[in-house]
Write a protein that binds this ligand. Structure first.
Ligand code: GTP
Ligand code: MG
Ligand code: NA
Length: 344
């Protein structure tokens, strides 16, 4: 049976430009506030069910032509600090689509460019969120308002200042070979980068951001997102971590097939392929961040792509973040998976 899986959407950008805050707005969580030094140090994952997307998008959904088939969105949060290049690359390589966040007041910064290079390397389509528009002098804030409603309430000076900052961004993109434009002025989304002005802190522009990312995923990625649900699972390790009561576990993004509790898995390790049997599949609640959940994980019997899932199994001490996880049913599949992992 075929189904459309959730698109995997990486959030990338320079340190403190507002990636985690944007996800907090969507999830109604406070992950960013609790981070040591205000810095994200791990890669995260959160499932946003389509009902929540619809609710946040509100009346803007009418812009959406046709039926929404996506079951939801799976967001990957990445760190912006310069020390975490490999985590950004891991997030970027996993993604079907990405949101590049740029603080509109700071403009392009070193990890903005690095993020763009990662997206280019993996040919990941992306949109740009020009964040922190509320910091523009005299900006009038109405929480969770669509940008196109909010902008009409601003006085001439504030509107002009945003316009100037957006033109600076568009100019920077032009220098590196991208044609970019404010989203409502884009004619062809395959040729132009869409920039959505937002305030992650106050939720302004989040409705448009969600409508656009979901619309683009459905319009341009439908074939890629169509998967054989019954097939054996494939995934990538986000992080290897200790979990009280479970020993060493791996946080995994499953992007294909179905992972079952009885499955044997082959996991990439330090110079070897680890073959092990799943002890527990731990699924975060919807809207919970896998690296900082509010609620206890559910122990599930199986999970279908796409999903963020914590796997407990013996022998994961040497598992290597960024490596593949392949579920196997039978000897032949096992040998093939081992070979594939050792070839990496
Ligand atoms: P790293 O993951 O460490 O790279 O940072 P980040 O991109 O996740 O940024 P984070 O969400 O940690 O936000 C950094 C700071 O900017 C925090 O103090 C946020 O409250 C603030 N911030 C984020 N978005 C906005 C916004 O839209 N407006 C304002 N005024 N502040 C914001
Ligand atoms: Mg962050
Ligand atoms: Na931060």
């Amino acid at each position: 049976m075929k189904k459309i899986r959730q698109p995997i959407i990486a959030v990338l950008g320079h340190v403190d430009h507002g990636k985690t805050t944007m996800l907090d707005r969507i999830r109604n969580t406070r992950v960013a506030e609790k981070e040591a030094g205000g810095i994200t140090q791990h890669i995260g994952a959160t499932e946003v069910p389509i009902d929540v997307v619809k609710q946040l998008a509100g009346p803007l959904l009418s812009l959406w032509k046709g039926e929404i088939k996506l079951p939801g969105l799976l967001f990957i949060d990445t760190p912006g600090h310069e020390a975490f290049t490999s985590l950004r690359a891991r997030g970027g390589s996993l993604a079907d689509l990405a949101i590049l966040i740029v603080d509109v007041n700071e403009g392009f910064q070193p990890q903005t460019l690095e993020s763009i290079e990662i997206l280019r390397k993996y040919r990941t389509p992306f949109i740009v969120a020009a964040n922190k528009i509320d910091r523009i002098k005299g900006w009038k804030i109405t929480e969770n308002e669509p940008f196109l409603v909010n902008i009409k309430k601003q006085d001439q000076r504030a509107q002009q200042e945003l316009e100037t900052k957006l033109w600076e961004l568009i100019g920077k993109f032009y220098e590196i070979g991208f044609q970019a434009n404010r989203f409502d002025r884009v004619q062809d989304f395959r040729k132009e980068l869409a920039i959505i002005p937002i305030s992650a802190k106050y939720g302004i522009g989040i409705p448009e951001l969600l409508v656009l990312i979901s619309g683009l995923a459905q319009k341009y990625l439908e074939e890629k997102l169509k998967i054989e649900v019954e097939g054996p699972a494939r995934g990538t390790i986000l992080e290897v971590r200790e979990e009280i009561g479970f020993g060493t576990t791996i946080d995994v993004i499953v992007y294909d097939g179905t992972l079952k509790k009885d499955d044997m898995i082959v996991v990439g390790g330090k110079d070897k392929a680890i073959v092990t049997k799943i002890r527990a599949l731990l699924k975060p609640k919807p809207l919970d961040e896998i690296r900082d959940p509010r609620y206890r994980f559910d122990q599930v019997e199986e999970v279908s792509a796409s999903a963020g899932i914590k796997i407990a199994a013996p022998g994961l001490e040497d598992a290597l973040a960024g490596s593949p996880v392949i579920a196997v049913r039978g000897e032949e599949e096992l040998e093939r998976a081992k070979g594939e992992i050792l070839d990496q």
